[in-house]
Design a binder for this molecule. Structure first.
Ligand code: ZN
Length: 322
C-alpha cells in the first residue's frame, strides 16, 4: 500500500471512520453514534490520531494546531482525509464558511465547521462533499458505476438525497443538488397524506421517505411488505422523481440505495413505472428496454459513502487515480 488515507462518512445517526486506501483495503474502522458536534468530531479525530501515534485531542494542553509530534516520534502518517457529510453543507471553495453545515435541523449541528475541524486536528488536506455525492464517487470507482462518468446516486431512507457526477465531477453550483426536495405530482384523491417535509410538505422526500410511509399507513414499511398499494404508491413517487432527474442530468446509470429500497418488490416497480413515464421518448439503451441495467442497487451495499470518502481524500491531493 502506498498512501494511507482517513475517510469519514458523516451521517445524521452515525459517523463511520476508516483508515486505508479503499473499501477493500481498510486497516481500521469504527462507528461513532452521532451526538453533539464537539463530542462526535473529537472522538473521530482521536481515532485517527491514535493510529498515527499522536496524543488524544482532549489530552493536548492548548491549540491542537501543533503539527505532528507523537510520543515516540511519528511512524505512521495519514496522507489526507475525505469526508462525505450529511447536509446541507457549504461547498463553495472561496466561501468563508466552506466545509460548514448550513441549515441542518439536526440539534447543535447548524454552522459546524466539519472540514476545518479535521484539517486543524490532523494537520492534513481535507476533501469534503455531501454524503450522496460521495456515494456516487465511491460507486463510480468501485461499485455499480465503474467505467462511467455520469452517475446519479439516490438514497431513500429517513430522508431522500441525490448526488450526481457529471463528466466525472460531483455536481456543485450555488450549493449542491437537493434532489430529495423535487416537486412530484401528488394526486390528493389517491393519496390524501399531506407529506412530512418540514419545509415543503409534499415534496419527494415529504411523500416517499421512510417516515412518510410510516405516517401515511400507520406502520413502518418493514411491516407493510405484502401491501401492493403501499409499494405501488411509493414507486409512483420515486419513479416521478427519478424521471425528472434523468431528464435534467442525463446520467448513464441510476443507483438507488437506502433502507426503504430494502423492500424486495420496490425496485422492479420503480423501473416499470419510470419506463412508462418516459414513454420511450429517449431512444437510447439501456434506458429504452433494459431498465434493469439502468436503475440498479448500489454495488457496494451500504459502503458507497465511506468508499466515496476515500476518493475525496485522494482527490484532495490531486490524485484522481484512486
Ligand atoms: Zn422538502
Amino acid at each position: 500500500m502506498n498512501r494511507v488515507y482517513a475517510a469519514v462518512e458523516a451521517g445524521g445517526s452515525k459517523f463511520r471512520c476508516a483508515i486505508g486506501s479503499g473499501p477493500d483495503n481498510i486497516i481500521e474502522e469504527i462507528i461513532i453514534p452521532t451526538a453533539g458536534p464537539e463530542d462526535t468530531l473529537g472522538q473521530a479525530a482521536d481515532f485517527f490520531r491514535r493510529w498515527e501515534g499522536l496524543p488524544r485531542l482532549s489530552q493536548l494542553p492548548g491549540d491542537p494546531r501543533r503539527g505532528k509530534r507523537s510520543r515516540e516520534g511519528v511512524t505512521r502518517e495519514l496522507a489526507a482525509l475525505g469526508i462525505a457529510s450529511f447536509g446541507p453543507v457549504d461547498l463553495r471553495p472561496h466561501s468563508p464558511t466552506y466545509g460548514h453545515t448550513t441549515s441542518t435541523p439536526k440539534p447543535g449541528w447548524a454552522g459546524t465547521d466539519i472540514a476545518g475541524f479535521f484539517a486543524d486536528a490532523l494537520n492534513v488536506s481535507v476533501g469534503f462533499d455531501t454524503d450522496v455525492n460521495g456515494a456516487a464517487m465511491g460507486e463510480a470507482r468501485w461499485g455499480a458505476g465503474q467505467g462511467r462518468d455520469n452517475i446519479l446516486y439516490l438514497t431513500v431512507g429517513t430522508g431522500i438525497g441525490g448526488g450526481a457526477l457529471s463528466g466525472g465531477r460531483p455536481v456543485h453550483g450555488l450549493m449542491h443538488p437537493e434532489m430529495g426536495h423535487l416537486r412530484v405530482p401528488h394526486d390528493r384523491t389517491r393519496d390524501p397524506f399531506p407529506g412530512c417535509c418540514p419545509y415543503h410538505g409534499d415534496c419527494l422526500e415529504g411523500l416517499a421517505c421512510g417516515p412518510a410511509i410510516e405516517k401515511r399507513w400507520g406502520r413502518p414499511g418493514a411491516e407493510l411488505a405484502d401491501r401492493d398499494e403501499v409499494w405501488d404508491l411509493e414507486a409512483e413517487y420515486l419513479a416521478a422523481g427519478i424521471v425528472n432527474m434523468v431528464l435534467v442530468l442525463s446520467p448513464e446509470i441510476v443507483i438507488i440505495g437506502g433502507g426503504v429500497m430494502g423492500n424486495e418488490g420496490l425496485l422492479p416497480r420503480v423501473r416499470r413505472r419510470a419506463e412508462e413515464l418516459l414513454g420511450r421518448y429517449i431512444a437510447v439503451e439501456p434506458l429504452l428496454s433494459r431498465m434493469e441495467e439502468y436503475i440498479v442497487p448500489p454495488g457496494l451495499g451500504d459502503r458507497s459513502g465511506i468508499a466515496g470518502a476515500f476518493v475525496l481524500a485522494a482527490r484532495a491531493l490531486g490524485d484522481r487515480g484512486i
